[in-house]
Design a protein around this ligand. Structure first.
Ligand code: PHE
Length: 331
């Protein structure tokens, strides 16, 4: 480094030093045994005579200046600490703890309750083939959910799964009954407003065994719903249609504010829709390689964000994904 630049940076560094330790390090860096300025002073004799005089003079000036600056800075820094008083009675700084996202909390509650009933948790891909997402689930070739306006396609055959139901098929192909699984995960639909986001989370349930009935389904769902919403809540099943279940039902939970009588929060209904369910369609069992003559099953799928909105009284779904701490800290 040439002397002029060295002088500028060295003085600048000394002036900016914010602690005695830092200042000591800077002093060593320039004036120590192997310091940059020391090196220059030591190598003066290697220089040609006409340069030696000039450089020697300037280097010595810099050395004196730097020593002066360091001395001044030292005084300034020690003066700073002299006056400091520690107030031992001052209240401490509160330590902020993080916590799980409300969606994760609800999922965990459901999964814990499912474990009590013998359900284990399995996973499936978020990028699916049309076959797993639709065909194997008995969905008609012309079903509207296949539309490009509803589903995110990656290619003709690949898409972002629109529900967690394809995990049913994948699991049945690899495992024989009895089957008792939960498949939580992200799903994607081309939808966006206060109650729909293009990505949301579902929890899929599948049970396949001999002699499984609709009342097993109802008992299971009641247990899960009460685990999340409280034991005073009831459920009801309304007839519905899904391609992959027969019979199918939409399931409602009794309103927590009016217990089913009807109020503003449930729009006078007394009930709030929370999930879809039904007995696994024989074609779906077949697609999974399971003999529908020997086995039956039930399945359900619920939107976790929807459950969280109902449980916490949140009316805009997007709040869960805005990462505004004033919102997420409430849970
Ligand atoms: N897959 C359905 C949905 O996304 C939910 C469902 C799952 C319904 C399993 C019945 C059985 O709406």
């Amino acid at each position: 480094m040439d002397l002029k630049r060295l002088s500028e940076t060295a003085i600048d560094e000394v002036r900016k030093a914010s602690s005695a330790e830092e200042l000591f390090r800077i002093e060593k860096k320039y004036l120590g045994k192997k310091g940059e300025l020391t090196k220059i002073l030591r190598s003066l004799s290697d220089l040609p005579a006409e340069k030696r005089k000039e450089t020697g003079k300037n280097a010595n000036i810099l050395k004196n200046t730097l020593e002066g600056e360091i001395k001044a800075k030292n005084e300034e820094l020690s003066g700073k600490t002299k006056g400091v008083v520690i107030d031992v009675t001052a209240p401490g700084k509160r330590i902020e703890y993080g916590h799980l996202h409300p969606i994760t909390q609800i999922l965990n509650e459901l999964i814990e309750a499912g474990k009590m009933l013998g359900f284990s948790v399995v996973d499936g891909p978020e990028i699916e083939t049309a076959w797993y997402n639709f065909d194997a689930l008995n969905t008609d070739e012309n079903h509207p959910s296949r539309d490009h306006t509803d589903t995110f396609y990656i290619s003709n055959d690949l898409l972002l799964r629109t529900h967690t139901s394809p995990v049913q098929i994948r699991y049945m192909q690899e495992n024989k009954p009895p089957i008792r699984i939960f498949a939580p995960g992200r799903v994607y639909r081309r939808d966006s407003d206060a109650t729909h986001t293009p990505m949301f989370n579902q929890l899929e349930g599948l049970l396949v065994d001999e002699e499984v009935t609709m009342s097993d389904l109802k008992g299971t769902l009641l247990y899960l719903v009460q685990a999340v919403f409280g034991e005073e809540r009831e459920i009801r099943l309304r007839p519905h249609h899904f391609p992959f279940t027969e019979p199918s039902a939409e399931v409602d939970v009794s309103c927590g504010l009016c217990s089913g009588k009807g109020c503003k929060s449930c729009k006078g209904e007394g009930w709030l829709e929370i999930l879809g369910a039904g007995m696994v369609h024989p074609n779906v069992l077949r697609a999974g390689g399971i003999d529908p003559k020997k086995y039956q099953g039930f399945a359900f799928g619920m939107g976790i964000e929807r459950i969280a909105m109902l449980k916490y009284g949140v009316d805009d779904l997007r709040a869960f994904y805005d990462n505004d701490l004033r919102f997420t800290e409430q849970f």
